[in-house]
Design a protein around this ligand. Structure first.
Ligand SMILES: Cc1cc2nc3c(=O)[nH]c(=O)nc-3n(C[C@H](O)[C@H](O)[C@H](O)COP(=O)(O)OP(=O)(O)OC[C@H]3O[C@@H](n4cnc5c(N)ncnc54)[C@H](O)[C@@H]3O)c2cc1C
Ligand SMILES: Cc1cc2nc3c(=O)[nH]c(=O)nc-3n(C[C@H](O)[C@H](O)[C@H](O)COP(=O)(O)O)c2cc1C
Length: 782
């Protein structure tokens, strides 16, 4: 096989070395435009997990790398004059130059042809003259550009600027320096790569970069931005402690996350940065490139033909890359929004930065460094007590109490509003009593009703519950009575109006589809239908006043029923949400147009309800923080929407997303809506409720402790396990007041035994004094 490798970076070289070993008779040529020892960048980091793969693939390369490794366990966060250390992370790094030398040497030994300082021949000519062309030519791959219509690349260029530098200061840990400068907050990502120096990456938001006057004229290739580097030396002189920073073709870059729809075109395959990039803050680009190389070499070896090998490589690598890119994206966005966390105290900030990709959790950190986890839990306990509601004991963060106005919540878990479609003419049934009563017994602090509708036409389906008739009140009273008499949970009522999504079928008969018969006329701000539902009637201002009155009546009824909290449903494309979104509100009166205009009616409804609701009881608002649709509501708008409700007296924002238009493209994933709650909370200082694919207690602890939200609402997890919170307490060994088992259930308050493996183990081995490897041998004094 004749193989052409374009690019002698870590990906191309590692692929060449591995393939030559698996197929010694293949002819492999690598073209690299730089000199053998001429590289950008300083050090690259690997986690222990990646190194495992590299060790098994080629022990010789691994051993050579291992001899060079700078290894460390700690991450130090330097913020507001404090250094907070978290240990147990297990990193290794070496200089990029040494890594390339090792790979080059191995390629030479194995008989790979290496051409340095040589531009690769034209990609089409290579494809014609070789069996396989491996495009390992980096993020700006010309090979990818040659067949852009096949690879269909997309680059998402972000809002931070960074420069990759080195320093002769040898750090003893991975370092984050968070520096407040006169221009805004800047950060350093620093890590040692050998006994002589460290990588020193300076990064900041574009606005800070502009304010600091860093913009410089375009530089010729190969030149570093000396003026900026001199300023960096000055700005970070405190960090550098008399040491210097040095450049290596260093200049300001805006990170672009590259994704390609395909990695294959005939016999040309993309590998490493040519196929995908992931923000450097999770240190994974070289790792991904080397893992790609390993997978491609293996697939070529294992598969019967070239086509199947390339298909197998892409199928194997795509999910792994996508998953790393998701984590890198979360980390990238966290740094982009760094400014919103500068108000956090150092302990919370440190926990927040450590868990920024949402991959590392409270539980992981507890295993890696129990002391760090205890310190942060204790800080949180003290902090919440100082805020006036914490228990003061260092318990799992989710079991710290919380307060909204006079409402005391025993922990941080809420049962999210979930429509049961089981009411008759709006009257909640025994199903609601069992469902909501059961959830209240299951340990959550707050149980939310489904969206309860303010009129018959305001229902989504004929099975939706209402609060517009005396029999509704009586039925709700029975439910709130049960919750208050038999549990320590509180119960909140979510009030809403279906708008253009009304007159549709029960969830299990066809969600959002019109009723087969008995439809009622639906209404909305503008005549824009939802999917296949009927075209709604645009509401007149008189009709809007009538609906506002219905909301107020329902609020008064909620108070008579004894609800502890009410939530105004302004999300998911229902009536009030459809006023807020520009996708659905096309009015040209004062209730349309700008965001302020579109918010006017929902705010009027909120204000009227707030006036009717007792001052000591809290009100929350559920919003869709993005429409996931071009031209729709964005995360930035969501902050403004929340600000408006905050000013109107909302106590917390319940932050959901989407469902405004069926054409949405949501980025689903674990806790995927939490960043919106995080931005609102940290930018406005209002309490938030995070919701959406939060399923584990570890995620709840992490969200609360990092200050991303004050409460977590769990929906489907509570359908799966109505006793979710009680079980979370048992699993964490917590038996305090924030998770009390109902007396009749106490006998079941410990996890049931699962089988023989739980039992005590008999001794199966005799250990003789002094035997090597035995405990006795190791304990003998030296
Ligand atoms: C600031 C920063 C910090 C980073 N830190 C880390 C880290 O700590 N850990 C980590 O794992 N990754 C890190 N990375 C990412 C890492 O550098 C890349 O992901 C990795 O180098 C990708 O390897 P590659 O072989 O795919 O591409 P590259 O390393 O980009 O290699 C491509 C090569 O192709 C050559 N080339 C391109 N076109 C041609 C041509 N036409 N002819 C001949 N040669 C050509 C180029 O000269 C280059 O040498 C970081 C990246 C940045 C920007
Ligand atoms: C069966 C069901 C019914 C729902 N009904 C409502 C509702 O009435 N009001 C509302 O705001 N959200 C409703 N939702 C959305 C949930 O409150 C929650 O936001 C969503 O399920 C994401 O959280 P989860 O991943 O924890 O389930 C419903 C969700 C489900 C699964």
């Amino acid at each position: 096989m004749r193989i052409a490798v374009v690019g002698g970076g870590p990906g191309g070289l590692y692929f060449a070395a591995l393939t030559k070993q698996l197929a010694p008779r293949s002819e492999i040529t690598v073209w690299e435009r730089n000199a053998a020892d001429d590289t950008f960048g300083f050090g690259v980091v690997f986690s222990d997990e990646t190194l495992g793969g590299i060790e098994h693939a080629d022990a010789q390369i691994y051993r050579a790398m291992e001899r060079e490794f700078a290894r460390w366990d700690d991450i130090d966060v330097h913020v507001k004059g404090q250094t907070i250390t978290s240990g147990g992370h297990g990193f290794a790094a070496l200089s990029r130059r040494r890594l390339l030398q090792i790979l080059q040497q191995r390629c030479s030994e194995l008989g790979v042809r290496l051409h340095f300082q040589t531009e690769a021949p034209d990609a089409r000519a290579l494809a014609a003259s070789h069996d396989l062309v491996v495009a390992a030519d980096g993020a700006n791959s010309a090979t990818r550009a040659a067949w852009a219509t096949s690879f269909r690349p997309d680059v998402d260029v972000r809002r931070c600027r960074y420069m990759w530098l080195g320093t002769d200061l040898v750090f003893d840990a991975f370092k984050f320096y968070i520096e407040q400068t006169p221009y805004g907050v800047m950060q350093i990502h620093g890590y040692p790569y050998d006994a002589t120096g460290s990588t020193f990456i300076v990064e900041m938001h574009d606005a800070v970069w502009q304010a600091a006057g860093f913009s410089a004229p375009d530089l010729p290739p190969g030149r570093s931005d000396e003026a900026s580097i001199a300023r960096i030396r000055e700005l970070f002189s405190g960090v550098l402690d008399g040491r210097t920073v040095h450049a290596n073709n260093s200049r300001w870059i805006s990170f672009g996350t590259l994704r390609c729809e395909s990695w294959r075109h005939g016999n040309v395959i993309l590998l490493g940065d040519a196929a995908h990039t992931a923000h450097f803050s999770i240190g994974s680009g070289t790792k991904l490139a080397m893992e790609d190389a390993l997978a491609l070499a293996a697939c070529l070896h294992e598969q019967p033909g070239l086509d199947t090998a390339l298909a197998a490589y892409e199928a194997e690598r795509r999910p792994v890359v996508a998953s790393t890119q998701r984590a890198a994206q979360a980390s990238l966005e966290w740094f982009e929004n760094l400014g919103q966390y500068t108000g956090q105290e150092p302990e919370q900030f440190a926990f927040n930065i450590m868990t920024r990709s949402r991959r590392v959790t409270h539980g992981n950190l507890r295993v890696r460094d129990p002391e760090f986890a205890e310190r942060i839990d204790a800080w949180f306990a003290g902090h919440e007590k100082r805020r006036g509601f914490g228990a003061g004991d260092a318990v799992p963060p989710m079991f710290q109490p919380f307060r909204l106005r006079d409402l005391e919540l025993k922990n941080r878990v809420a049962v999210s509003a979930m429509d049961m479609y089981s009411a008759a003419d709006g009257t909640p049934s025994d199903f609601h009593l069992v469902h909501l009563g059961g959830k209240a017994l299951g340990g959550a602090a707050l149980v939310m009703t489904e969206m309860v509708c303010v009129s018959p036409e305001g229902r989504i389906t004929p099975g939706c519950a209402g609060m517009y008739a005396p029999e509704h009140e009586a039925a709700w009273q029975r439910i709130t009575g049960f919750v208050h008499d038999r549990s320590t949970a509180k119960i909140g009522l979510q009030l809403g109006h279906s708008g253009r999504k009304g007159s549709t079928r029960l969830m299990w008969e066809g969600i959002d589809e019109p009723l087969p018969e008995g439809n009622w006329e639906v209404c909305a701000p503008s005549p824009v239908p939802y999917g296949g539902n009927q075209v709604p009637r645009a509401l007149s201002t008189d009709e809007m006043a009538e609906i506002r009155r219905q909301f107020v009546e329902a609020t008064r009824a909620a108070e008579r029923c004894g609800f502890d909290l009410i939530e105004l449903h302004c999300a998911h494309g229902y009536l009030l949400s459809s006023f807020i979104s520009p996708v659905t509100n096309q009015r040209d009166d004062r209730y349309g147009g700008s965001l302020a205009g579109r918010l006017r009616y929902p705010l009027e409804v909120f204000a009227a309800m707030r006036a009717a609701w007792p001052a000591h009881k809290p009100m929350t608002v559920r919003i869709s923080a993005t429409d996931w649709y071009p031209g729709g509501i964005t995360g930035e708008d969501a902050v403004e929407i929340a600000r408006a409700f905050q000013a109107a007296g909302a106590d917390a924002i319940d932050v959901s997303t989407g469902q405004v238009t069926p054409d949405e493209t949501p980025a689903f994933g674990r806790s995927y809506q939490t960043p919106f709650a995080d931005a609102i909370r940290n930018r406005l200082g209002i309490a938030t409720i995070a919701v959406g694919v939060i399923s584990s207690y570890d995620d709840v602890n992490s969200i609360i402790l990092a200050g991303r939200a004050d409460l977590c609402a769990l929906g489907r997890a509570h359908l799966y396990d109505p006793n979710w919170t009680l079980h979370a307490a048992a699993e964490q060994g917590y038996d305090g007041p924030a998770a009390t088992w109902p007396d009749p259930w106490r006998a079941g308050s410990r996890p049931p035994q699962t089988g023989r493996t739980d039992g005590p183990r008999p001794r199966l081995q005799l250990i003789r004094e002094g035997e090597p490897g035995t405990r006795h041998a190791r304990w003998r004094p030296a």
